[in-house]
Design a protein around this ligand. Structure first.
Ligand code: SAM
Ligand code: SF4
Length: 434
């Protein structure tokens, strides 16, 4: 039976969210509709392989799709677990009908047709021909829309699976990106977030990410631009300067450092030091003094001593992050760090993560408080919990609650009047006459 309704469950990074949206559009174009409730004919599990027993979690999610009467929907395993497991996934779970990697999901409709006839197709190719060319054109977009411009990674940090699951770094052509951005804006987007595993490594026909940002900023109805995630090694002076020059480029930078100890950074193969990282932050603040800096951290990397960890706490103080993500190191099969000696016991990792998160949340609250009293604009994204309340984003990516008649997609002038650790309260201001 050909499936008519589907559900896509995306886990992990923003690039998976983007891929989930593109799969939805692809299936819609083939006449399938997203199911409203839980019951549907096809479930796509768009998985993440970055941390913790990812494969085991995916298999147990698959198991839970079986209905009480013993029937089940068609099940597609997609994303990075699918890429890593390949045909092995079909052997490990008889319930999986389709295995499709992140570079092959444009072939999903044909795979669904095969599976409907009893086949169990697997496609984990990384074809030279871009999947993007085979995807339908974009029509509708959220006020803040993701746009993948770069995929894959050549950096090979010793803890990370991305170079294996997403392949080598590739950049989409600038003309395709511009065309997709225009469609997103025509479809309702006011903000575009350029995505890439190393987005600032994007390059095409001699054009850098800074050039691309300049071109995109010329789209009239586009109000805001952001990009994520950047690698310190690819943070050029030109891109830093763009933050002082392009008004639509928001004052926010997600720049993972991972650790505050040069010894650990070296074993991680990060190709930057604490000093080079801090020099980038300094230049960035010179170009755009109000910039909000966010980061990623890993605690408990093999061999991390208490002294190394304290250096991580110190860099959090030095940078004064507006927010940051922190993770316990997770040994990923096949990566060099998984085979290193001195794996750190779980209780030590738990303790370090707690201490790090406490420090990050103190900085986050202090950053939010520093913005109280500021007049700014927010982009409304959705309704809040209370009647008449809407939630938008400040230029610094803070979530702002405001009482307003404005709708999703509107830009609203507000004064930030109160700060919490995770969000702000804004008071709407009447627009000044032009
Ligand atoms: N390319 C980006 C960079 O290098 O900054 C990050 C991409 S990665 C998908 C997102 C984050 O996951 C990393 O910044 C890192 O903090 C975390 N991560 C990656 N591998 C990990 C592992 N084995 N254990 C714990 N965290 C990990
Ligand atoms: Fe993973 Fe490092 Fe590449 Fe980021 S730069 S995706 S952490 S290998």
């Amino acid at each position: 039976m050909n499936p008519k309704t589907f559900k896509i469950k995306s886990f992990g990074c923003q690039m998976n969210v983007y891929d989930g949206e593109r799969m939805t559009e692809l299936l819609n174009a083939r006449g399938m509709v997203a199911a409203e409730g839980e019951d549907c004919d096809l479930v796509v599990l768009n998985t993440c392989h970055i941390r913790e027993k990812a494969a085991e979690k995916a298999y147990s999610d698959v198991g839970r799709l079986k209905r009480e009467d013993g029937s089940r929907p068609l099940i597609a395993l997609a994303g990075c677990v699918a890429q890593a497991e390949g045909a092995e996934a079909k052997r490990r779970s008889k319930l999986i009908d389709i295995v499709v990697g992140p570079q092959a999901y444009h072939r999903l409709p044909e795979m669904i047709a095969q599976a409907s006839l009893g086949g169990r197709p697997v496609d984990t190719d990384m074809p030279a021909l871009s999947k993007f060319d085979a995807l339908p054109k974009r029509r509708r977009a959220a006020p803040s829309a993701f746009l993948t411009v770069q995929e894959g990674c050549d950096k090979f940090c010793t803890y990370c699976v991305v170079p294996y699951t997403r392949g080598a770094e590739i950049s989409r052509p600038w003309s395709d990106i511009l065309a997709e951005a225009q469609l997103l804006v025509d479809g309702g987007a006011r903000e575009i977030v350029l995505l890439g595993q190393n987005v600032n490594a994007w390059r095409n026909e001699g054009c850098s990410l800074a050039d691309l940002i300049g071109k995109l900023a010329k789209i009239d109805a586009l109000e805001r631009l952001r990009y994520t995630t950047s690698h310190p090694t690819d943070m050029t002076d030109e891109l830093i300067s763009a933050h002082g020059e392009v008004e639509k480029l928001m004052p926010y930078l997600h720049l993972p450092v991972q650790a505050g100890s040069n010894r650990i950074l070296k074993v991680m193969n990060r190709s930057h030091t604490v000093e080079t990282y801090l020099a980038i932050i300094e230049k960035m603040r010179a170009a755009r003094p109000d910039i909000a800096i966010s980061g990623d951290f890993i605690v408990g990397f093999p061999g991390e001593t208490e002294e190394d960890f304290e250096a991580t706490l110190q860099i959090v103080d030095a940078v004064h992050y507006s927010s940051a993500y922190s993770f316990k190191y997770s040994a990923r099969p096949g990566t060099p760090a998984a085979a290193m000696e001195d794996q750190i016991p779980r209780d030590i990792m738990d303790d370090r993560l707690q201490r790090l998160q406490l420090k990050i949340s103190q900085h986050q609250l202090s950053f939010n408080r520093s913005k109280v009293g500021t007049d700014t604009q927010i982009l409304i994204e959705r309704k809040g919990r209370r009647n008449g309340q809407m939630i938008g984003r400040s230029p610094w990516l803070q979530s702002v609650h405001v009482e307003t008649d404005a709708a999703a997609g509107d830009m609203v002038d507000v004064t930030l009047v109160a700060a919490g650790p995770n969000s702000m309260t804004g008071a709407a201001r009447a627009r000044e006459a032009a």
